[in-house]
Design a protein around this ligand. Structure first.
Ligand code: COI
Length: 356
């Protein structure tokens, strides 16, 4: 267990007004968690301090070779005033998988969760309560050695910042348009695709800009070898309902193992639906579309929760799904997951934990 020192701000910021449109990741709370790592000493000096700029050497390794990891989860306020987290132990596990891949020292799962609970408790008055809002939690680790050689750093900072946020997409739960990318690739097996690290997102930007220029909000990635099998969307995993069956790409080493992805699979199975985790080719999706069997498509992610897909652009074809409206199953999943997160739907899966 960590012995976390708490230093409260003497200059609390003004909190956003109840009806203020928050956007995503634009506003930050009064405090942050920080812990240092030094080779030979391990993780040390865990503390909650006022949110402030960092002072780092311009030679800090993270700036040059991208040795960093991040996570994303959310805290919610229930109607009776409890603060809930959704499956934080899954983020702790995934964080360590990323750490292993990037040669970053691991953090004990219970310490990771304790750090989150502690900083969220300090800033729990910042958790927004308007519909569709939550406190987005962003833990991350950066390599801080002042050194330009390429090797794992010997020092790191683990930081957690908090951002009261609304919907990830400006359109909220309205279906998004997705560009199927066939020029750039995001990741290949053996690379860092299944790690949650900035490099994957940097690699996605050129395609995202292209998609935006064409009027689409996200990119759907195909596999990096055959350019044929569906992997994931920019900030989400992807699901299809084809002829009554829920299908999602199987985790293959280049796909991010999403917490919401895992939760959606479990929920759909608990409702008696058939769920297949397998390879899905873009041709199969196009065929399903042409034969009227492509019933629903939605993305899943912590930030986006459930994001229905209203249309795909693939080469010169535009596939419109569900007349561009949200499907029945997508809506049911969204209502159930957000209901559990907000304490409104019975949490039969034991997914939420209270921050006390
Ligand atoms: C999340 O959904 O929490 C993520 O980390 C995706 C991010 C690109 C917003």
């Amino acid at each position: 267990m960590l012995d976390i020192k708490i230093v409260k701000t003497t200059k609390p910021k003004e909190k956003p007004k109840k009806d203020h449109p928050l956007g995503f990741g634009k506003i930050f709370t009064d405090h942050m968690f920080i812990m240092n790592y030094t080779e030979g000493k391990g993780w040390h000096d865990p503390r909650v301090v006022p949110f402030d700029n960092l002072s780092l050497s311009p030679a800090a390794m993270v700036f040059h070779y991208g040795q960093e990891m991040f996570e994303g989860l959310k805290a919610y306020k229930t109607e009776d005033g409890k603060t809930l987290l959704f499956r934080p132990e899954m983020n702790a596990k995934r964080a360590n998988n990323t750490n292993k891949r990037l040669c970053i020292p691991e953090i004990k799962e219970e310490d990771f969760v304790q750090a989150i609970k502690t900083v969220v408790k300090v800033d729990e008055d910042w958790i927004p309560t308007a519909p569709g809002t939550s406190l987005y939690i962003r833990p991350f680790i950066i390599a801080t050695d002042e050194f330009l050689g390429v090797n794992p750093s010997k020092t790191y900072l683990f930081i957690i910042i908090l951002s009261p946020s609304g919907a990830y997409y400006e359109s909220g739960l309205a279906p998004v348009g997705i560009w199927i990318e066939d020029e750039y690739v995001r990741a290949v097996r053996g690379g860092i695709g299944e790690a949650k690290t900035g490099g994957n997102y940097a690699a996605s930007l050129a395609a995202q800009v292209k998609a935006h220029d064409e009027g689409f909000s996200q990119v759907l990635w195909l596999d990096g070898v055959e350019r044929k099998y569906i992997e994931e969307v920019g900030a989400m995993n992807i699901f299809f309902k084809i002829d009554g069956v829920v299908v999602t790409p199987q985790l293959n080493g280049s796909i991010l193992p999403g917490v919401t992805r895992d939760s959606v699979i479990a929920l759909c199975k608990s409702w008696g639906l058939t769920v297949e985790e397998r390879k899905i080719s873009i041709d199969e999706i196009y065929d399903a579309y042409k034969t009227g069997k492509l019933e629903e498509v939605w993305g899943t992610g912590t930030a986006a929760v459930i994001s229905p897909v209203g249309k795909f652009r693939w080469k010169d074809e535009v596939m419109t799904i569900q007349d561009g409206k949200i499907g029945e199953l997508s809506q049911k999943i969204y209502d159930t997951i957000t209901g559990i997160q907000l304490g409104k739907v019975t949490d039969t899966m034991n997914w939420t934990i209270e921050v006390k």
